[in-house]
Design a protein around this ligand. Structure first.
Ligand SMILES: *Cc1c(COP(=O)(O)O)cnc(C)c1O
Length: 390
């Protein structure tokens, strides 16, 4: 069979479910309600505050502060915890660049630690080796929707008196040993950017159980005001980092949809796991130990070029995409990110660096597809392998 790349017929012509999914009647209604009310900002309306409380409640946390995006959420959490100039924060090498640039925004330095070979999550042993006198915090990333090892990292934080800021940008609804992502550290940060499991196009949120931390976060995101102070009273330096009421109107109804969407993606993973059993050269990365609930933001697969005639990952991604199955090549290791070099403390991270050659992603919106569509992923991979290997 001729590859679509070489002019053959693609395995799949039909598209994939779109993300975000079509708006619901409730979203339209709430959005129009905000529009007609004239209360478009969080300081005049009630929906942002309502969403902050409802989201925090949904993950079992006490308090929530809603901000413009996930990057800013991470920055504010670090800042509210007292991380500043010349401090160091340990960040895993295999994550979105914002995990590290948020540290830089706080004036501190991201120290890039390696990840574990099986799950690509922050490796507690690598993190421990990098703890020094300036280390103030660890940032576990709940990568691809699976929770990081909160027990091991929590223990490290206790022993060395460090804060834990969860990067939960990909982990809405995830849980570790029964405890929801959002309650596994001092503060946890979520994102509502377009690709995330809940979205308003952009948006972010910080949850915490600590009242004084909440008060600081609220102040920092609201121009340094205090909860019981006046409009022009600014006891500390803060910024306007508030979300609009329009975004909260779009987000509020999603809280009730998240569980069903997670279940759909879980079924997709079960199907792919079954179909890839015995598939030479392609396997899903294992779920991290202790995962009670995985929000399945991405499916990460290990690509073994040896089964594909020695052809590299980039060729595989291009061939699959031409077959109508748009895969993603994923992150580059932050240990190799030149832009971070002047700000961060970079180590050689062999595991994250080797993932650049061998890990491919199936994105969230593909995982919302039905079994017929998911079967096309396997068919296309088989076709590409036969063509590459021949
Ligand atoms: C999306 C994401 C962020 C940043 O969130 P934004 O809302 O895009 O600023 C941070 N960390 C991780 C792991 C992410 O996936």
């Amino acid at each position: 069979m001729t590859l679509a790349l070489d002019g053959g017929t693609p395995v799949r012509r039909a598209g994939w479910p779109s993300w975000p999914p079509a708006a619901t009647a409730e979203q339209r209604e709430l959005l129009l309600e905000v529009l007609d009310s004239g209360a478009w900002g969080a300081t005049s309306g009630t929906k942002v505050t309502e969403f902050a409380g409802a989201f925090a409640h949904s993950v079992g946390a006490q308090y929530g502060v809603v901000v413009v995006n996930g990057t800013v959420a991470l920055f504010l959490a670090l800042r509210a915890l007292g991380v500043g100039t010349d401090d160091e924060v340990i960040v895993p090498a295999y994550t979105f660049v914002a995990s590290a640039t948020a540290v830089i925004l706080a004036g501190a330095r991201p120290v890039i630690a390696d990840v574990t070979p099986d799950t690509l999550h922050l490796d507690p042993a690598s993190a421990e080796r990098l703890i020094g006198p300036r280390t103030k915090a660890i940032m576990p990333v709940h990568l691809a929707g699976a929770p990081a090892d909160a027990d091991k990292l929590g223990e490290l934080a206790r022993v060395h008196d460090l804060a834990i800021v969860e990067d939960a940008a990909q982990a809405h609804g995830a849980a570790f040993r029964g405890r929801p992502a959002g309650t596994l550290g001092d503060a946890a940060c979520f994102s509502f950017q377009s690709s995330k499991a809940m979205t308003a196009g952009e948006g972010g949120l910080i949850v915490t159980d600590d009242l004084s931390l909440y008060q600081r976060l609220w102040s920092l995101h609201n121009v340094g005001r205090s909860l019981d102070g006046g409009w022009y009273e600014h006891p500390e330096v803060g910024w306007n980092l508030r979300m609009t009421e329009f975004q909260a109107a779009v987000l509020l109804p999603q809280l009730a949809l998240l569980g069903g969407q997670l279940a759909t993606r879980e079924r997709a993973i079960t199907f792919l796991e079954r179909e890839l059993k015995g598939f030479d050269g392609l396997a899903l990365l294992p779920e991290p130990a202790g995962t009670t609930r995985n929000s399945r933001h991405l499916a990460m697969l290990r690509y073994d070029a040896r089964a594909f005639g020695g052809r590299g990952k980039a060729d595989f991604v291009a061939a699959m995409t031409a077959e109508g199955v748009p895969l993603d090549a994923g992150y580059r290791s932050l240990s190799r990110e030149a832009a971070l070099r002047p700000y961060g403390v970079q180590q050689v991270c062999p595991v994250a660096e080797s993932a650049e050659e061998s890990v491919v992603w199936i994105r969230q919106h593909l995982l919302m597809a039905d079994e017929q569509a998911l079967a096309d992923i396997i068919t296309a991979a088989e076709k590409v392998r036969q063509a590459f290997a021949s």
